[in-house]
Design a protein around this ligand. Structure first.
Ligand code: EPU
Length: 303
């Protein structure tokens, strides 16, 4: 159940300055689908974030960090979550340095990853350019170990600083584990990430960001509203290829459609509802399941 009298609760937790009532979540997701919620917060600092977590714990509403809204489908249930956007300055810091051909980046979790990748490539770290084309924030990308066929965010991580379990400070996770589109940080709120590494010689010769960008333009519906790839790739296969093979390209439910450019993208033609997206995903899973015996696992977060 959504919290009744949210203004009163927000006041009690001293969170009025970072609260936006009646937030339309369709404007907070790149897919453009969502409901209106009264539990949307943009903390300025760790003290705000700590109080937001207390509210979430005491009221029994799960806390979900919206990592740029590029990999999420907001359903009716989203209004029962405490949603947090790390847009405050504390969460946007970036520092890039080099020593002995090794690059180091410190970046706030709320920083947009595409901008960070551009900054790193401009500073000379071409291998970091393997992360070109991954949308969303640094924190979101770390959480789900986002990647391209050329590399995953986790490959570059040295340390991750997460919100301390009890205090408005941070604690360091020096050896987080990363798997295919997953990490060991599921119960943590990422605050800051330290990346480091060197250039591979082949990336100095042929900067990967250029190739990735031109391939994306050719194969993905980048000008349409979508949440990126909807399903994880099954081992040694491609979800896009499977959905294409079962003939679902262009298939529609309401105003949600399977992209005709890349079948693992669902696009919003205008006023798609959360239910349309969920039903389209269900149809895809059933068809691929019955024809290939493969259960596609969502890559997007369903909130
Ligand atoms: N394919 C089809 N039909 C389609 C789409 C793809 O036959 O409609 C075939 C392609 O021809 C190719 C194979 O499937 O032979 C793989 O396709 P692609 O190269 O586009 O890569 P992908 O595995 O579908 C992955 C990431 C993308 C990332 C691209 C490029 C996942 C789930 N997807 O896509 O990431 O942009 O590689 O590096 O890992 C995302 O995570 O949101 C995302 C879009």
């Amino acid at each position: 159940m959504p919290i009744s009298n949210p203004a009163h609760v927000v006041e009690a937790f001293e969170l009025k300055d970072c609260w936006t009532p009646e937030t339309d979540l369709s404007r907070k997701s790149t897919l453009g689908v969502g409901v209106v919620t009264d539990l949307y917060f943009e903390p300025d600092d760790l003290a705000d974030l700590h109080r937001i977590r207390s509210l979430s714990n005491q009221r029994g509403c799960p806390l979900t960090v919206v990592g740029g809204g590029s990999n999420v489908v907001f359903t009716e249930e989203a209004s029962e979550h405490v949603l947090v956007e790390l847009s405050g300055e504390t969460f946007q810091e970036v520092d890039i340095g080099t020593d002995e051909e090794r690059y180091h980046i410190r970046a706030g979790a709320g920083k947009q990853l595409p901008a960070l990748v551009r900054n790193a490539v401009d500073a000379g770290w071409h291998t970091f350019g393997r992360l070109t084309g991954i949308p969303g924030t640094v924190g979101g990308a770390i959480h789900g170990n986002s990647g391209t066929r050329m590399g995953e965010v986790g490959n570059f991580v040295e340390r991750v600083h997460v919100l301390h379990p009890d205090r408005p400070g941070t604690v360091c996770r020096s050896e987080p584990e990363f798997g295919y589109r997953s990490s060991s940080l599921q119960d943590d709120i990422v605050i800051r990430v330290e990346f480091s590494g060197r250039n591979r010689p082949e990336d100095r010769e042929n900067p990967p960001h250029e190739e990735i960008q031109s391939r994306r333009m050719q194969t993905q519906p980048i000008s349409e509203r979508s949440a990126g790839c909807m399903f994880k790739n099954p081992a040694d296969d491609s979800a896009g290829r499977l959905i294409d093979e079962v003939g679902l390209k262009g298939y529609k439910v309401g105003e949600a459609r399977v992209s005709t450019e890349h079948a693992n993208f669902l696009v919003n033609e205008g006023e798609a509802e959360p239910e349309d997206v969920l039903q389209l995903m269900q149809t895809i899973r059933e068809r691929v399941g019955s024809e290939y015996g493969i259960d596609l696992e969502p890559e997007v977060r369903i909130v």
